[in-house]
Design a protein around this ligand. Structure first.
Ligand SMILES: CSCCC(=O)C(=O)COP(=O)(O)O
Ligand SMILES: [Mg+2]
Length: 233
């Protein structure tokens, strides 16, 4: 019986286009100024820059070199925890200033509320930082969806294509794998979650599903059917 839903964001609850055409360009535009303005006195930003230097091999004392690394990582869509933490801080500023709203598909917002009201526990697992996750759902085009979530996981538990990350989430939640349904648009993530024993659902939004053995779901209505089938069987 499924009691817990763990969901990805980009391509699952929210459009890939919003992340790539709004969030990433916003972070590319504001990163240099943000880092230059706060590096001297913000301990959290300093700690993230320490990690950027460690991971890239760039000189920690050369701020402009670190900014270049960050810009390169944004272009590459690198899932580095330090980049994601800095992007989360920047996006927080953007949401609060009203520069954009978080995109969430209407069917996702509808079923997140319904599943919450039905007693399912909902969690997020995204490469975006926990702060960025709270922001996209807190300042969404469908209103504040954060009351429906019981918790958030980011790459501090590990990469999304690694089985150990899903095991770490299960350990932290204290639940059995067969009670958890993980939602994602990326098959490699689903395979890692399945290796940890979770149920999975593959979201394929806004495109025709590739021909594979895996059933594709166009929206959360199809996921709801799967939850009800698995709950009754
Ligand atoms: C939290 S919104 C920004 C998402 C993001 O930065 C990203 O890299 C997308 O990762 P996901 O794991 O949600 O596909
Ligand atoms: Mg995704």
């Amino acid at each position: 019986m499924i009691r817990v839903v763990l969901t990805d964001i980009e391509g699952t609850t929210s459009s890939i286009r919003f992340v790539h055409e709004v969030l990433f360009p916003y972070s590319a535009e504001h990163m240099a100024e943000f880092v230059r303005d706060h590096e001297a006195d913000d301990l959290e930003i300093r700690a993230q820059l320490d990690d950027v230097a460690r991971e890239s091999g760039a000189d920690r004392g050369d701020l402009e070199a670190l900014i270049d690394v960050l810009q390169q990582w944004i272009r590459e869509d690198r899932k580095a925890t330090s980049l994601k933490a800095l992007q989360g801080m920047l996006w927080e500023q953007g949401y609060e200033r009203g520069d954009f709203k978080g995109h969430v598909y209407e069917d996702a917002a509808h079923y997140l509320q319904l599943w919450h009201d039905r007693g399912l526990r909902l969690y997020v697992y995204s490469s975006g930082s926990v702060r960025a996750q709270q922001m996209i759902f807190g300042f969404s085009n469908c209103g504040d969806l954060t009351p429906f979530f019981s918790g958030y996981f980011d790459t501090r538990v590990g990469g999304k294509r690694e089985q150990a990350s899903y095991q770490a989430i299960l350990d932290e939640l204290g639940v059995e794998a067969h009670t958890v349904l993980f939602l994602s648009d990326v098959e490699a993530e689903l395979e890692a979650a399945e290796a940890a024993g979770m149920h999975t659902a593959w979201l394929v939004r806004e495109s025709d599903p590739p021909h594979t053995h895996r059933p594709a779901m166009a929206d959360f209505e199809a996921v709801d059917q799967l939850i009800r089938d698995r709950t009754l069987s």
